[in-house]
Design a binder for this molecule. Sequence first.
Ligand code: SAH
Ligand code: F3S
Length: 481
Amino acid sequence: MEKIIDENKQGESLVLEQKKDNTKKLFIESYGCAMNFSDSEIVASILSDQGYNTTQHLEDADLVLVNTCSIRDKAEQTIRKRLEKYNAVKKINPGMKVGVLGCMAERLKSKFLEEEKIVDLVVGPDAYKDLPNLLSDVDEGRDAINVILSKEETYGDISPVRLNSNGITAFVSITRGCDNMCTFCVVPFTRGRERSRDPQSIIEEVNDLWNKGYKEVTLLGQNVDSYLWYGGGLKKDFDKATDIQKATAVSFSNLLELCAKAQPKMRIRFSTSNPQDMTLDVVETMAKYDNICNYIHLPVQSGSNRILKEMNRQHTVEEYKALIDNIRRIIPDCGISQDMITGFPTETEADHQDTLSLMDYVKYDFGYMFAYSERPGTLAERKMEDDVPHEIKKRRLAEIVALQQKHSQYRTEQFLGKTVEVLIEKPSKKSDAHWSGRNPQSTVVVFPKENYKVGDFVNVKVTDCTSATLIGEAVGYSKNN
Ligand code: SAH
Ligand code: F3S
C-alpha cells in the first residue's frame, strides 16, 4: 500500500494541489451583445485553468467579474448600479475581488479604478489571457489593469466553458473588432480593429459542439460578412498579403459553407450582417445548404439617405432595398430583422418618415430599436450636436416600435396553417406544459410538450400567433432529428 502511494507521489500531490485550488469561486455576469456573453465563456475557460469554478451565487464568490457594455449610456448606468450591489456584498465578504471586463473597461480605463473604489481590476476585450497575471497583481496589492487592444487576438486557441447553457445552442465567435466606424458607434473604440479567426479552429469548435450534443451554432462577429482569413492579421492589411495568401483566403461565404458541410445536421446561424459588406454569394450559400437558417439580422439604422451618410453607413436606401429584393428573390421565406436608431443628430420629421416608409417596404419580422445616445469619443459626439430633444426621440421611437409590431404581426400571420421546423430549446416561459424553440426564421414557437425533449427537431403546425410568437402543435419529428 505504502509502495503504491510512494510510486504515485507526484501524481497524488498534483491532485491534492488541484483540489485546493479548485475551491476558488468565480461569479461572472454579462451585459450587452452576444459577443460579450461569448467572451465570458472564454474568460471562464482561462480562469478554470487557474482553479476557478463558476458559481451562480454572488455571495459565495472569491472573484466577481462583470462583462460590460458601452453601446448606450443606459447600458453603462445599469452596470454602475450593479457595482453598488457588489459593494454591498463586499462589505459582508471583504476578501471578494471585483473586476470589470469588456467595453466599459476599455472605454474608461484607469478612470474606473479612480471612480469606482470597489473595482480591483480592469480588463479590456483583447486582454483576457493576461487575467492570471492581473490577479497576482491584485493579490500583491497593485493596480491591475490591461486595456491593450490587439491586432491578432481571436482566442481561437481557447475552448470556451459554456455558461448558462441549454446544451443545445451555442455562440462561436469568428471575428473581433469592427472597422466600419459608424459615427454613432463606440464599438470600434472599445473592441479595436477587425480581425478574423482561423477557420480550422472554428470548424473544430463546431465539431466539438456537435459531439457534445449541441444542435445549433451562431457564428458571431460585429460584422460577419467581412470575415476574411488569409493566415491571420488585420482585415485592413489584406492588400499586403502574398499572392498565395490571397488565392487561398477564406471569405464569409466560404466559411459558412465549410461549417454547413462539416456538420450537415447542425443548424447554422450568424450575426451580425452589415448591408454594405453583405454579398450575394452569402445569400446563395444560405440557399444551397438546408442547415443554414433562413434568417438575416440586417441593421439599417435609418431610412433616410442623408442620415445614413451622416452615420457613415456606406450604402444608400436604394442599395439596401435592392439587397432586400435579392434576398427575397433567392430565399423567398427568409426572415429579416433590423436595428434602428431614432433621433440621430439633425434627424428631421421627414427623415423619420423615410424610416417608417423603409419599414413599410421591408416589413421586417422583428427588430431592435433605440433612441440615439451620444457616446464620448465617437465622430458624432465630436462633430455633431445631439440636437433632437429627448421627447422627440422617444416619440419617434414609439412610432417605429408600433409599426414594427404591426409588421411582426403580419409576418407571424403568414405562418398560420403552415408547418415549421422547431429546435426545442427550453420550457416556455408562460407555461411549463409547453416547449419553446425557434423556426429557421428565428421566430419563437411554443407548443405542448407531449413526449418531445429539449434538443429535438420537431415539425409544428402553427394554429395561432401573437406578434412575437407562433403557437402550434407538434405533428412529428422533422427529417433532421
Ligand atoms: N454590428 C454590431 C452592432 C453593435 S451595436 C452588431 O453586432 O450587432 C447594436 C446596435 O445598437 C446597432 O445596430 C445600433 O442600432 C445600436 N446603437 C449603436 N450605437 C448606438 C448609439 N450611440 N445610440 C443608440 N443606439 C446605438
Ligand atoms: Fe458599430 Fe457600425 Fe461596427 S454599428 S459595430 S461601427 S458596423
